[in-house]
Design a protein around this ligand. Structure first.
Ligand SMILES: CC(C)[C@H](C(=O)O)[C@@H](O)C(=O)O
Ligand code: SF4
Length: 474
């Protein structure tokens, strides 16, 4: 695929600039890109290391590689590790990651280390994610790091092997897409709602073959945490990556995480990381969010999301036979009636966490709703901080006490019930208010039912026992 504007063109998008500045070699439609940071987790890296060993190749740049366990770690009793009896597969994955990292000299935050957590929370937190970088990980939500103006995307196991061996990656360029959000967000309307709104409008394949650049006054006003939430969910619209051009908000976030020398040396370069005026985007979307209410998913993919005051669709109203079948299947799986109000639907569990919404700001937003209230008797609710440092920060602020006193479980960090790869999972038929990013069938446990929403909305669901407009709690 031809790039939207050639390297020599005067007007380039941010994506064009990131792409051009990392080309090591070009071959027809494909380029080899240099990779500045490669993050590893326990689920997708073991086979890549085995292949490397089989072919007697070494890790080329251990210093540009960072490893941590997140997907299958338990969220209680982490000091005990994982028992080989209870969960032999997860235990083997943790041991493999540890052994591989040690053997290659790769920095590794193992389970129980304060710096450990979900890879997409930890990279930025540790100041490893920087504007202008190329970042890859064997994980689709690597798009999160695009919030810093880094070209960040998920890769497969054979690509992990390739990056480990060469620190480069063969890629075909995607198209440029611009998503412009205007309008001031209402109280309790957050970046998560922006993401769900966008995906509900363009669909789960609306950004396929594209890299999205998010911009406009609404995005400018978002914190880094909010931008990470937004970029995180780019992949749920089918995009290869999401981007936000770095600005003062970004620089300030980084000032607290990297050395002053590095910050001063890099800053001028970071300031050039934006789309030039007149740069060409193949696809442009504009959304005015001034009147937006919080969003919630009703179905079995993130595009099946509606405003909290809306009604679940009915198959009769579908535009095509395919849509009708999709709606029917989603209603059946979710145990919802056509046309019913989403508000007031009783829930069984609440999960606050994940790489979408497991950062300190997310916990603060949820805690603000929980303060002085109790989790409904019918609900079991848990908070899983995105990293050990997020957990520590929350404890310093007394948020853990607020959650515990309200009846939440206060857990140790990891992916947890986002993907149910550890023992945190829904029982069949249970309905969950979740701050994660995927509501696919069986995602949070076999026959579990997931409703995606923001942390404030999940907290409101916890205290009322139903899907509730958090704005109505005041
Ligand atoms: C396990 C991993 C490959 C997977 C991903 O790539 O996204 C997981 O993180 C997820 O969210 O489903
Ligand atoms: S928190 Fe969920 S979405 Fe994020 S990396 Fe872990 S499993 Fe994937």
């Amino acid at each position: 695929m031809a790039s939207s504007s050639s390297p020599a063109s005067p007007s380039r998008t941010l994506y064009d600039k990131l792409w051009d500045s990392h080309i090591v070699a070009e071959d027809g439609q494909e380029s080899i890109l240099y990779i500045d940071l490669h993050m590893l987790h326990e689920v997708t890296s073991p086979q890549a290391f085995s292949r490397l060993a089989e072919t007697k190749r070494a890790v080329r740049r251990p210093d540009l590689t960072l490893a941590m366990a997140d997907h299958c770690v338990p969220t209680t009793g982490q000091d005990r590790g994982i028992s080989a009896v209870d969960d032999p597969l997860s235990r083997a994955q943790l041991e493999a990651l540890n052994a591989n990292a040690v053997a290659a000299g790769i920095e590794h935050y193992s389970i129980g280390d304060l710096r450990n957590g979900i890879v997409h929370v930890v990279g930025p937190e540790q100041g490893r994610t920087l504007p202008g970088m190329t970042i890859v990980c064997g994980d689709s939500h690597t798009s999160t790091h695009g919030a810093f103006g880094a070209l960040a995307f998920g890769i497969g196991t054979s690509e992990i092997e390739h990056v480990l061996a060469t620190q480069s990656l063969r890629q075909t360029k995607s198209r440029n897409m611009r998503v412009y959000f205007s309008g001031r967000l209402g109280v309790h309307v957050s970046a998560k709602d922006l993401a769900l709104r966008l995906i509900s409008e363009i669909g789960v394949d609306g950004a396929t073959n594209h890299v999205i650049e998010y911009c406009g006054p609404t995005v400018d006003a978002l914190s880094m945490e909010g931008r990470m939430t937004l970029c995180n969910m780019s992949i749920e619209a089918g995009a290869r990556a999401g981007l936000v051009a770095p600005d003062e908000t970004t620089f300030e976030y980084l000032a607290a995480r990297i050395s002053p020398q590095k910050w001063h040396a890099e800053r001028a370069g970071w300031e050039a990381l934006h789309s030039d005026p007149g740069a060409h985007f193949e696809t442009e979307i504009e959304i005015d969010v001034s009147d937006m209410r919080p969003m919630v998913s009703w179905g079995i993919n993130p595009a099946q999301s509606i405003s909290i005051d809306a009604h679940v669709p009915s198959p009769q109203g579908a535009r095509s036979d395919k849509d009708r079948l999709m709606i029917q299947r989603a209603l059946d799986y979710m145990g919802l009636e056509p046309g019913q109000q989403i508000q007031g639907t009783p829930i069984d569990q609440v999960f606050i966490g994940s790489c979408t919404n497991g950062r300190i700001e997310d916990l603060r937003a949820a805690a603000a709703i929980v303060r002085g209230r109790k989790v409904a008797a019918s609900v079991s609710a848990m908070v899983v901080p995105g990293s050990g440092l997020v957990r520590q920060q929350a404890e310093e602020e007394g948020l853990d006490r607020l959650f515990r006193e309200a009846g939440f479980d206060w857990r140790q960090p990891g992916c947890s019930m986002c993907a149910a790869m550890n023992s945190d999972r829904l029982r069949p038929g249970e309905r969950c208010a979740s701050t994660s990013n995927r509501n696919f069938e069986n995602r949070q446990g076999p026959n579990g039912r997931t409703h995606l929403m923001s942390p404030a909305m999940a907290a409101a669901a916890a205290v009322t026992g139903t899907i509730t407009d958090v704005g109505a709690l005041y």
